[in-house]
Design a protein around this ligand. Structure first.
Ligand SMILES: *Cc1c(COP(=O)(O)O)cnc(C)c1O
Length: 391
């Protein structure tokens, strides 16, 4: 049996878990504008789980989870990639195969269960697109109302998907950071539980299930994990899962995690070097990781520094070329923010032992953003009537 409590990632104060508590109140009081969230809470576990099933390591009982099949995504080694790179233990974890097409379902799943446990029927969320469409879809399965704030520039597929699931969609005039602040005001004034990434502690906790799955699938922790980073919450979830497994004495240490950012949206990488978050207008083809101020920036840097992780950047050209390579080499069509992790592997490869076990986490499906995917392919410019017209 496990018991759970919150612990502030900044000052280590412990709190009882409650749906009203989102950030550590003491740390939140010193929040500065334009800076990552102060006082992000993590779930702490105590005791021993009944099994290694990720659901047995989460702070909400099984009966509250909706029946939509989140997680248990494939971990596989495409033969053609192995032949090409000479890494016999290179694995792709395809989280684009989640029900709404992105990794975000892991967080939405736990948030939905948490809401049901506490009789909350409306969830409010800001998103670049995937967290919103995920909450909309998983929320639909759970019978929750979803109020969604997206930047007006979000890819159309992510908007339409959210509307199909029945979400109430509000477009923010400026960017994702603007949608984030509007949604926080909305949930404070009008109510509903806010699911914003990092702000709601269940988002980090839900995302840890990927590490537990990787461990169960491989039978060990890998040496390296490659993950793309925008707000730095998937990164923190990955660390949380491996830290829990380490606390439970299932793994001897924490893998080296490589956080990959787009060069036009690289706040975490810059803060790793400088120690501070300065403002930048993010610009990248990988919309899901286009973030001015990473909401979980403080914990991202803390984890990377504590466990020997790296942050590196790749250009938009490298992202699009990695996307094309994944699609055409192994039939895995990933959205740009997901292919970013693979672009990071390609860049780090010369510095890795080829015998190392490496997992590349692919976080979203390519169909979510056809505009970006179209930049690296040539569509036929005319239709034909007969085969005589073919050259
Ligand atoms: C959200 C997202 C990311 C980045 O996750 P963060 O927690 O913001 O760092 C990466 N890839 C995809 C496809 C995403 O939707």
């Amino acid at each position: 049996m496990l018991t759970f409590n919150y612990k502030c990632s900044l000052c280590d104060t412990r709190y009882e878990i409650s749906p009203e508590l989102m950030l550590c109140p003491d740390c939140e009081a010193s929040q500065e504008i334009g800076q990552p969230l102060n006082g992000v809470l993590e779930v702490e576990l105590n005791g021993n789980p009944d099994s290694n099933d990720p659901l047995d390591l989460l702070p909400v009982e099984r009966k509250y989870f909706p029946d939509i099949p989140v997680g248990n995504t494939p971990l596989w080694s495409p033969e053609r990639l192995l032949g090409k790179h000479g890494f016999p233990e290179l694995f792709l974890k395809d989280d684009g195969l989640n029900p709404t097409g992105s990794f975000k379902d892991r967080a939405s799943f736990l948030v939905a269960a948490f809401a049901r446990k506490h009789d909350i029927n409306e969830v409010v969320v800001a998103s670049t697109g995937n967290a919103g469409s995920s909450m909309a879809g998983v929320g639909a399965a759970a019978g929750l109302k979803v109020k969604l704030f997206l930047p007006k520039t979000a890819p159309p597929a992510k908007m339409i998907q959210s509307l199909q699931y029945g979400a109430d969609l509000v477009l923010a005039e400026k960017n994702y950071d603007h949608a984030f602040s509007l949604s926080l005001q909305y949930s404070k004034i009008r109510g509903g539980m806010n699911r914003n990434t990092a702000y709601n502690p269940m988002t980090i906790e839900g995302k840890k299930t990927v590490s537990i799955e990787i461990f169960n699938q491989l039978g060990k922790a890998p040496d390296h994990v490659f993950v793309s980073a925008g707000d730095g919450v998937i990164l923190s979830g990955l660390y949380k899962g491996f830290r829990d497994l380490h606390q439970l004495k299932q793994i001897p240490g924490i893998p080296v995690i490589h956080a990959i950012q787009a060069s036009g949206s690289n706040a975490i990488c810059r803060a790793m070097d400088s120690g501070v978050y300065d403002l930048q207008n993010a610009q990248t083809v990988a919309d899901s990781i286009s973030v001015d101020t990473p909401s979980n920036g403080l914990l991202a840097v803390k984890n990377l520094k504590a466990y020997g992780g790296h942050c590196l950047t790749v250009t938009d050209e490298e992202i699009l070329s990695a996307q094309k390579e994944l699609s055409s080499d192994c039939g895995l069509f990933a959205e740009p923010a997901a292919a970013t992790a693979y672009a990071g592997f390609l860049k780090q490869k010369p510095f890795l032992e080829s015998s190392a076990s490496c997992v590349v986490l692919l976080t979203g499906n390519g169909l979510k953003d056809i505009n970006s995917a179209s930049k690296n392919v040539v569509t036929p410019d005319k239709a034909i009537n007969s085969l005589d017209e073919l050259t």
